[in-house]
Design a protein around this ligand. Structure first.
Ligand code: MRU
Length: 366
């Protein structure tokens, strides 16, 4: 994606090939800054504090983090320890464990002396594959948007609601939920996006609005509770969200609040689609009931970050002093509320049969 005329991915190897550069997402939308990660610990930290976030990007960052670890020590023990450290940083997005297991299967058979070099190459392949996968998701989602556009009066945009950030900032490029939107916009189909602010970390306000704006996609920021009202009043044609883990039966974990949007969409007859790469499917879980839900710190609920009139970025307390807060970061939307899963292979019904038809080589292994 282009920021100020410069093409960026969210992660790339540094020129010397010994470190990796990321866009620091904790600084957005106020500052577009990059950070260089030179060690395993720095990569793990970037994932934990959400300098990088979004399921696919967490996976690619972990792959590079493993490569950085192997530069220092490429022994079997170091490989296993680095995988354990990285995998423990965030529990819900399965892409993190998927990427590390892919890396393990490639690296374990290599002689230790070859591992670091092979790891950097494999991480780069994963990054490229993510870009291509998201591009394909966009192509399939575009057809949905085209069909809806045909039903609208000429010039009226297709109104799409999205939650959290499943955009290029959550992946390496394109995004999952946003890829169909970018493809439609680039094809000249009028689209307008309702962007849920997505408390507590405001990924919608800070990241989705930022990237849609940078790409020139018309959008409007709304508070998290506005979506149901807009759907009741015919102002949403389609919801598209991303996901951190899909169980083999089509249940979907995504940022907290997604379930409520799916309920509202179901009640009002608005199609509710979830966009994902194959690496987000957890074939070992027969239902979403067993997806681990990340609990994050109360400070994210009690304190908000913003920019003051003089340009200073500051944190302010927003709650009654002493109030405790709970912060479950994800929820599970049952498959029955999901109209379809937009994947790189096409659109599947959110069901065991739907997923099995698209991925016949994969079997539920629970
Ligand atoms: O906590 P985050 O910001 O990592 O959560 C991100 C989401 O919930 C995204 O919707 C999901 O990872 C899909 S990203 C393509």
């Amino acid at each position: 994606m282009k920021i100020d005329g410069v093409l960026y991915r969210t992660i790339w190897p540094s020129d010397d090939g010994a470190s990796v550069v990321i866009v620091d997402q904790t600084r957005l939308p106020h500052r577009f800054e990059t950070v260089t990660l030179g060690t395993l610990e720095e990569a793990a930290h970037a994932i934990r504090v959400m300098q990088v976030r979004g399921a696919p990007l967490i996976g690619v960052t972990a792959a590079y983090g493993l490569a950085l670890a192997l530069v220092r020590d490429a022994s079997d023990a170091a490989l296993a320890q680095a995988i354990e450290l990285l995998a423990g940083q965030r529990p819900t997005a399965i892409n993190l464990r998927w990427a590390l297991e892919e890396m393990r299967s490639v690296l374990q058979p290599q002689p230790p002396g070859d591992r670091a070099c092979r790891a950097f190459a494999k991480a780069a392949e994963m990054a490229d594959e993510d870009v291509e996968t998201c591009r394909r998701i966009g192509g399939h989602g575009l057809k949905l948007i085209e069909e809806i556009a045909k039903t609208k009066p000429a010039g009226e945009p297709v109104n799409i609601l999205t939650h959290c950030n499943a955009g290029w900032l959550a992946c390496v490029d394109w995004g999952t939920a946003t890829s169909p939107i970018y493809h439609a916009h680039d094809a000249g189909i009028p689209v307008h996006v309702w962007v849920d602010e997505t408390r507590p970390r405001n990924q919608g306000a800070a990241l989705t609005a930022f990237e849609l704006g940078a790409h020139g996609v018309p959008h409007t920021l709304i508070v998290d509770n506005a979506g149901g009202h807009l759907m009741q009043h015919g102002k949403v044609d389609l919801c598209i969200v991303g996901t951190d883990r899909v169980a083999a039966n089509g249940d979907v974990a995504n940022k907290i609040g997604t379930y409520l949007k799916a309920l509202a969409a179901h009640d009002t007859g608005v199609p509710f689609y979830v966009a994902l790469p194959y690496s987000t499917i957890d074939w070992t879980l027969s239902s979403g009931r067993d997806i681990p839900i990340e609990e994050r710190g109360a400070d994210e609920v009690l304190v908000m970050q913003g920019r003051t009139a003089d340009g200073t970025v500051a944190e302010v307390e927003i709650a009654a002093p002493g109030s405790p807060a709970a912060n479950p970061a994800f929820d599970v939307t049952p498959a029955r509320l999901v109209t379809g899963l937009i994947t790189e292979r096409g659109i599947a019904l959110a069901s065991r049969e739907g997923l099995a038809a698209l991925y016949p080589e994969r079997r539920e292994s629970a």
